[in-house]
Design a protein around this ligand. Sequence first.
Ligand code: BDR
Ligand code: CA
Length: 312
Amino acid sequence: KRKVIIDCDAGIDDAQAILIALSQEVEVLAITCVAGNVKLDNVCANVLKVLELCGRTDIPVYKGSTCSLLGDVTSASHFHGLDGLGDAEGIPDPDTTLLKSEHAVNALIRLINDHPSEITLVAIGPLTNVALACRLDPCICSKLKELVIMGGNIEAKGNVSVSAEFNFHSDVEAAYVVLNEFASPITLVTWEVCLNHAFSWDFCDVYCSQGTSKSHFVKKISDKSTRFYKKMYAGMGKGKTICDCLAMVVALQPESVSKETSVYATVERHGHLTRGQMVVDWRGTLGKKPNVKMVQEVDMESFKALMMKSVQ
Ligand code: BDR
Ligand code: CA
């Protein structure tokens, strides 16, 4: 069985991505939490809510960083709700005494060292925990089987600032450390690729109405963001983008990736308008070795199949 650690800032799409992982034949060794979409305490509570829904509170959950490396606290509550799960009613408060006392960064270091070259780390929030683990114990940088990241953007299309994607923008320095210091293979699922793999609203309706407790949960938590999406992208015929789920599918079912390319990618740290924007050296101008595999196309039918299975 593939060994997986999920580092997340749950978040609606993070919660949905966890549902995918729990529905697959993989061993989820841990879920490590990082502040991002909402404050860390909300993130931890949201992860526990998903685990309780699935009867999987045996999976250890660790509290990680409360802010970026430089101390910034971000929020995407306009989209994810004040609680991070769409402010949905009727979801029971989880038992937060289940949270482990070990810090998420220490747990990452311990687990990666215990299972060298075996773990797929799926990072679907700001990269603060991962960068700190890399600083505390640089050995872990070469000990992952794979690091799959949802973050960054190829065409400078921003979803948080004019030119930056949320996860990279939330902790620019952490993204820089991870991209430039990790020696394990990195696979990137960028914002534009997520935009290109949006679901039709018809699919979303079917996915949310399977008559199971999981599809009911997903419907409740996504109502608010669906309204936001329909208003924001009205007339663009785009449907719904569910970023972290795409990253999870790429991590757990790599054969569903039909097009990818290896390139050197880094992140702009200094620009006034471009801080947090990913920069891709398409022509090899910097003379650096490729450091990421950039996903370009994923088989939509496989993506849909995994989404459906996760709520059945
Ligand atoms: C990313 O930002 C967050 O709001 C989502 O959970 C996803 O990880 C998309 O830019
Ligand atoms: Ca996320």
